[in-house]
Design a protein around this ligand. Structure first.
Ligand code: G6P
Length: 610
């Protein structure tokens, strides 16, 4: 949510910042801007996508600027507009600030500063930061000091970058609640919201922590805590390269990521599923045998698609390991005084590892003395670093705002966790081995579903003009129905609801008529006949049915107008297959409607505000 990038070195800062912003565009795309500093301060900002900003810059006339900061915005305070785009400035336009986060008490600060004679140009919360720094600079005569003295007045969250004509050879960066990394090159440094903005230049990075402020020059950087104490930082290496964040011939990142799933699913269990031994190895959980023995309840806490993966996890863990599970929206969990007891184990699930509500829930649970583990994708993310242990899903960078490959990888990791606990709770080794053998085959089965892409596009062509969809599933495929509906909503802006199939009778059935397509997940499992009855009920009301069914099921054609087959698989692994056609259906419908698939309106990939 909002992407920020800064550069200082010997190359044209404008080129590098625009390149970095394009990589960060998935974090927000309402407006963008940059500021460059040398003998003077240059800036450009504009509403809309980065390409509009790029068109406004004459790169040859700004090539001499070697220091700069840029921003791509997801609007919180103030509508998307040229004036509300970042950077924001002090009264004299000597200081420029970009900011990711929310300053909750900005109105009070703004009033105070206006009383002191400061003039504001925008409606944003961010602008107060620039004016505060201006005020302190007059006294401290040091950019670092002025930023440091401004920070205690700010309530809320921020990752900020600050430059000034007073001290053109430096960037000051500070973070509280919003991610920032420093990329280390040769006589050049980068600073950004995430690694995708810097990886084409360097894979050496340092993660800033909350409560840290860094003074960055072309030759190096120094990090302090907010009390001026020097902090020694360790360098990390980014394990993936630029290819991972390019479309590689696909028209959209989302389609590329859907098609990557055979590979990403395999990466999620590789080295962890010890098939012949009938064991699972997840050393990152860092649980002692006693701690394993003490677990009496597992809580999954997450948002969005990750929450749906948690719901799938509830079925997996309860059935495999017989441990009770609760699944919580992070935003609800953090504010409702949850009852946590000895024997509880909390897993926070987050692709980005930066979602503000999930992070707050993690801190809440930790503060109550409960062990909190993470299931994250982004290595070095805040959630990954603040949890007591966890498992990376190793899906590689996910750029499409609507999550796809992360969902299936999260489920694979939860399957492994479920089998690990099942073994501890005496599931025979042979049984675990059989499940792991089946898991090993999932990537090729996923590929067979992907091979049906053309069929799915044809179905999309029939339905893309509809205004409502209903998705129904039962058991472990109920969360998949929710996920299918979410995908459609997110990228095609069609209203869609997911429901447990049997609950349809208690409400959604009233909506069904010939205009309502109903997507049923109707695989051959113990509730298959019940699902067929639900289909009859829909048909009786003229609803049109698209069914996801098990290969070889010819009966289903009697009820469904369209059938998408998936191979036979154990019920508990079926979400890894049933979700694929739903991802593709949403994708094709969105493309046919001319929607911006990778950057759907109003959404952001990483929601770092409440
Ligand atoms: C946003 C994204 C979703 C994602 C959710 C949770 O809403 O658009 O795709 O599922 O955040 O994100 P996380 O990174 O915590 O999994």
């Amino acid at each position: 949510m909002c992407g920020i990038v800064g550069y200082i070195g010997s190359r044209s800062a404008a080129e590098i910042i625009i390149g970095g912003l394009k990589r960060l565009e998935y974090r927000g795309y309402d407006s963008s801007g940059l500021a460059l500093v040398g003998d003077e301060l240059f800036y450009k900002k504009t509403k809309g996508k980065i390409k509009f900003l790029e068109e406004k810059i004459d790169f040859s006339t700004v090539a001499h600027f070697r220091t700069g900061i840029g921003h791509t915005r997801w609007a919180t305070h103030g509508a998307p507009s040229d004036i509300n785009a970042h950077p924001h400035f002090d009264c004299k336009q000597h200081i420029a600030v970009v900011h990711n986060g929310i300053i909750e008490n900005y109105a009070a600060i703004k009033t105070l500063l206006m009383e002191k004679g400061h003039c504001f140009a925008s409606e944003t919360d961010t602008e107060v930061i620039a004016h505060l720094i201006e005020m302190y600079y007059q006294r401290d005569n040091s950019l670092l000091e002025a930023v440091r003295n401004s920070l205690p007045l700010l309530e809320g969250t921020y990752g900020i970058l600050v430059i000034s004509v007073h001290e053109p050879g430096k960037i000051i960066a500070a973070r509280k609640g919003s991610p920032l990394i420093v990329g280390i090159g040769s006589e050049e440094l980068f600073v950004a919201s995430d690694a995708s903005a810097v990886v084409e230049h360097t894979r050496r990075v340092v993660y800033l922590d909350d409560g840290e402020i860094a003074e960055i020059t072309a030759h190096g950087f120094t990090t302090y805590d907010f009390n001026k104490k020097l902090v020694q930082k360790d360098e990390s290496h980014i394990s993936w390269d630029i290819k991972a964040i390019e479309k590689q011939g696909f028209p959209h990142f989302m389609l590329k990521e859907i098609f990557e799933q055979p590979h990403t699913i395999r990466n999620a269990f590789r080295g962890r599923a010890l098939i012949e031994e009938g064991e699972v190895r997840l050393d990152g959980l860092r649980l002692t045998p006693e701690e394993f023995g003490q677990v009496q309840r597992i809580l999954f806490v997450a948002c969005g698609t990750s929450w749906h993966a948690g719901l799938v996890g509830e079925y997996l863990i309860e059935e495999f390991a017989r441990i009770p599970v609760e699944v919580e929206y992070a935003s609800e969990f953090r504010y409702r005084k949850p009852v946590l007891r000895k024997g509880d184990l909390v897993f926070v699930i987050s692709q980005s590892g930066e979602t503000a509500d999930t992070l707050a829930a993690l801190r809440e649970a930790k503060s109550r003395g409960v062990k909190v583990l993470g299931i994250t994708n982004v290595v070095g993310s805040t959630i990954a670093r603040e949890t007591d242990g966890g498992v990376y899903i190793h899906a590689g960078p996910e750029i499409g705002v609507a999550s796809t490959k992360a969902f299936t990888s999260q489920i694979v990791v939860i399957v492994l966790i479920a089998l690990l606990f099942a073994r501890k709770n005496d599931m025979p080794r042979e049984e675990v081995r059989e499940y792991l053998r089946e898991l090993e085959k999932i990537p090729e089965l996923v590929q067979t579903v992907l091979d049906r892409n053309d069929e799915i596009r044809e179905i999309a062509e029939k339905y893309y003009t509809r205004t409502n969809f209903l998705y129904l599933g039962r058991g472990v495929n109920f969360p998949v129905a929710l996920e299918g509906a979410l995908k459609l909503k997110e990228i095609s802006y069609i209203h869609a609801e997911g429901y447990p199939a049997a609950e349809m009778k208690h409400g959604p059935i009233a909506l069904i008529d010939e205009h309502m397509p109903v997507v049923f997940i109707a695989i051959k499992d113990e509730v298959y006949r019940k699902i067929i009855s639900n289909m009859e009920e829909v048909r009786a009301r003229k609803g049109e049915i698209i069914a996801i069914a098990t290969e070889g099921d010819s009966e289903i054609h009697r009820y469904a107008s369209h059938v998408i087959y998936i191979p036979t698989v154990s019920k508990l692994f079926s979400p890894l297959l049933t979700v694929i056609p739903l991802q593709l259906l949403a994708y094709h419908i969105a493309v046919l409607r001319g929607c911006s698939v990778d950057e759907p309106r109003n959404l952001a990939k990483s929601v770092t505000v409440e």
